[in-house]
Design a binder for this molecule. Structure first.
Ligand SMILES: [Zn+2]
Length: 224
């Protein structure tokens, strides 16, 4: 993917700050941190006299370095995720959530929240993008893909991401931001931490279900 000419959109340095500052999903932010480090290193090599903290104010310089270093900026893909979210809002499909999935520098899947359109609570932006990418690539395994989403994934989408073997996630808004516009992600996360009691689950007919497992294992079917 070629990096577009400097635009107003590019001046959002908050993406970098968010990636670097967030600790909750440290593994997911590793690639972004690596990019930041490469940019810092390149910037220092080109402008040794300048304070590193001036980086946030010199975005044109940052973009030129990115082009020189052949670095694809996460914010380009995040802009596409934001576009998806706006599509959803304009069409009345659901919440303000958009997502794109990238493989080898190409967008291979995209989607936005379509819960209201489809009357399906699983149609979050990330799930829609995962379904779209799987269809386009003809596989259930998205290993090697990166996911860009306008908001930190909810527990369902995080599960979908893990089942799809996606190892790199970039997000815009945090769960606490989503909570402020009255979506329930934060409440669901609390449920998993034992701080909320939203549902009950109990064991039932385990022996019969274990036999089902045994029968499945006997088929020698492939695991995924
Ligand atoms: Zn979700």
């Amino acid at each position: 993917m070629t990096i577009p000419a400097t635009s107003a959109k590019f001046t959002n340095y908050d993406y970098f700050k968010t990636f670097a500052a967030n600790r909750l999903y440290r593994p997911y932010f590793y690639p972004a941190q690596q990019i930041c480090k490469r940019l810092f290193h390149a910037h220092n090599a080109l402008y040794p006299g300048r304070n590193r903290h001036s980086l946030g104010c010199s975005l044109l310089c940052l973009q030129n370095i990115a082009i020189d270093c052949d670095i694809i900026m996460p914010m380009d893909y995040m802009d596409e995720a934001i576009k998806e979210a706006y599509e959803g809002i304009k069409s009345g499909h659901g919440g303000p959530f958009g997502c794109v999935i990238v493989k080898d520098g190409k967008i291979v899947g995209r989607g936005h929240n379509s819960v209201l359109l489809k009357n399906d609570p699983t149609c979050h932006g990330e799930m829609e993008a995962i379904r779209n990418a799987c269809k386009n690539l003809g596989t259930h395994n998205l290993y090697g893909c990166e996911l860009y989403t306008t908001a930190e994934p909810c527990p369902m989408c995080l599960g979908g991401i893990l089942w799809a073997n996606i190892r790199k996630v970039f997000y815009g808004c945090k769960v606490s931001d989503t909570d402020k516009i009255n979506f329930r992600d934060d409440e669901f996360y609390k449920c998993f931490e034992g701080k909320s009691n939203l549902y009950s689950a109990q064991e039932c007919k385990r022996e019969e279900c274990l036999r089902l497992f045994e029968d499945y294992v006997k088929t020698g079917a492939k695991r995924y």
